[in-house]
Design a protein around this ligand. Structure first.
Ligand SMILES: *Cc1c(COP(=O)(O)O)cnc(C)c1O
Length: 481
């Protein structure tokens, strides 16, 4: 069995996969991570495994516990095609999409959160848990969907009141299971994420929870359980291209990932560390292009940046949490700790030239303006393909890559989650979600998923947005009801 370490070093208690899922908060402010990603068994031997067996094989290869995994993976029956939860489609020429949005909340977060809910529940046994999550719009719905109705697991979901689409908001605010509480907060996603981190370090709050008999946990993208599931579909995507005779076994491809908190890209990075033939992992950003700057210059500097609202809100992030795990894997805990302290204190840190070169052997990066994003949506729509704005950012960046390799673009959300932006890209006019959904659905003959369809008939249960400093008391009041 593999033992976890902490990205910022220090004494590590013996943490297992199960511990890292139930209690994802590491000491010293760091993150739990595996120290070793051994090369994959031969690709040949993986080629014809079904999705569940592939997952079990890779987990076992990484030394992760398999207890409860089979049941967890059965959650892919909630996907459009349980046997192929992350299918490939051909866009045009060398461009392929890996569609990661076929789960119940129609965004890629389901890929990990659907199985994670069941795994969490089987690990938690009869203990009472309070699960805290902060969302920029897609983690929230996916978490609520996965944990709804679970006995003994209570979920708090914080989301920025300004910054989600109607569909995303409704997916949260209409959830009526009694173990779920959704809290809109004043501010943007960084504020929501910060509020969550503060709660996890608030001793008075934590001791009140203990008195009520709760253990505390988080389902955010720092939870290693999510990362583990997010390694799998990158391998699956590659193997699917081989099975469909688009590439030969062992041929290198580019993968392009619309990124925010770097959870999806981290899964690809770990797969690459295990020798999946990814030529480079291309990190696509929107105008909040901190990751582009970092990967191109080695300087991560948020001191003079303000978070911009864009057409791709799930990527509106400046402090990209999972970068820390990349730094650890490439440069070790000492350097990672220095940089993370510098980020806290000076809002910036810098790699040496040598370190930057090493980073660049794995990654390259680019970004897409809001205008280009709309243009990409429009140009693909003219070929009959509707993509969401996040995917459009990645498509735009993919256009800059050499033409001699196949390019697998991660499509992270179904169009239905961001239909007003697509409507605007196609018509130059504003519409609300409902109008835009209907228009796109009928013009492009795209059926609406029943989950999305039914949202507009449900009652919204949310209260008005609250300030971050009142979150703790709001939660305690709810638990005491
Ligand atoms: C969460 C999300 C992203 C960003 O993924 P990270 O793992 O945070 O980098 C991109 N697109 C969509 C639609 C998302 O929901």
């Amino acid at each position: 069995m593999q033992i976890f370490t902490q990205t910022r070093g220090g004494e590590t208690p013996r943490i297992t996969f199960k511990d890292s899922i139930l209690n994802p908060k590491a000491n010293f402010g760091g993150l739990y991570t595996l120290s070793n990603f051994p090369p994959l068994p031969s690709l040949d031997s993986l080629l014809n495994l079904d999705y569940a067996t592939l997952t079990e094989t890779i987990f076992s290869h990484l030394g992760l516990e398999l207890d409860g995994l089979e049941k967890a993976l059965a959650s892919y029956k909630n996907f459009d095609n349980p046997l192929d939860p992350a299918p490939i489609s051909h866009l045009h020429d060398q461009f392929y999409l890996q569609e990661l949005y076929h789960g119940p909340s129609r965004a890629f977060k389901d890929m990990a959160l659907q199985p994670l809910g069941r795994l969490f529940s089987s690990f938690a046994k009869n203990d009472k848990y309070l699960l805290l999550t902060a969302t920029s719009g897609d983690t929230g719905p996916a978490t609520l969907e996965s944990f709804k109705g679970m006995k003994n697991i209570f979920v708090i979901c914080l989301y920025p009141a300004e910054g989600t689409s109607d569909v995303q908001r409704l997916q949260m605010s209409t959830q009526d299971a009694s173990n779920l509480k959704v809290i809109p907060i004043i501010g943007n996603f960084d504020d929501a994420q910060h509020a969550l981190k503060t709660l996890l370090q608030d001793n008075a709050f934590l001791s009140d929870l203990t008195k009520l008999g709760f253990k505390i946990s988080a389902s955010n993208s720092v939870n290693f359980g999510r990362i583990a599931f997010q390694i799998i579909y990158h391998i699956w995507g590659y193997l699917s291209l081989v099975r469909q005779n688009k590439i030969s076994l062992g041929e290198s491809i580019y993968t392009v990932i619309p990124s925010g908190n770097f959870g999806n890209a981290l899964g690809a990075f770990y797969a690459r560390l295990m020798n999946l033939p990814l030529h480079k992992i291309i990190i696509a950003s929107n105008p909040n292009n901190i990751l582009t700057d970092f990967i191109q210059s080695g300087i991560y500097d948020i001191s003079s940046r303000k978070l911009l609202q864009t057409y791709s809100p799930a990527m509106d992030i400046l402090k990209s949490s999972n970068i820390e795990r990349v730094l650890f894997a490439l440069f070790g805990s000492e350097r990672t700790k220095e940089w993370m302290i510098s980020l806290d204190q000076h809002k910036s840190y810098q790699l040496s030239q040598e370190e930057l070169q090493k980073l660049k052997t794995y990654f390259d990066a680019g970004f897409c303006s809001d205008q280009e994003c709309l243009e990409c949506i429009k140009s693909l729509a003219q070929q009959g393909k509707i993509i969401d704005p996040h995917t459009a950012n990645a498509y735009a960046v993919a256009q800059t890559l050499p033409k001699d390799s196949k390019i697998l673009i991660n499509s992270t959300a179904e169009w239905s989650k961001f239909s007003p932006t697509i409507f605007y890209a196609l018509t130059g006019q504003k519409a609300n979600d409902r109008q835009a959904l209907n228009w796109i659905s009928s013009n492009f003959h795209l059926p609406l998923h029943p989950q999305v369809q039914s949202l507009f008939d449900k009652q919204e249960l949310c209260s008005s947005p609250i300030a971050p400093h009142t979150i703790a008391s709001t939660i305690l009041q709810w638990l005491n009801e």
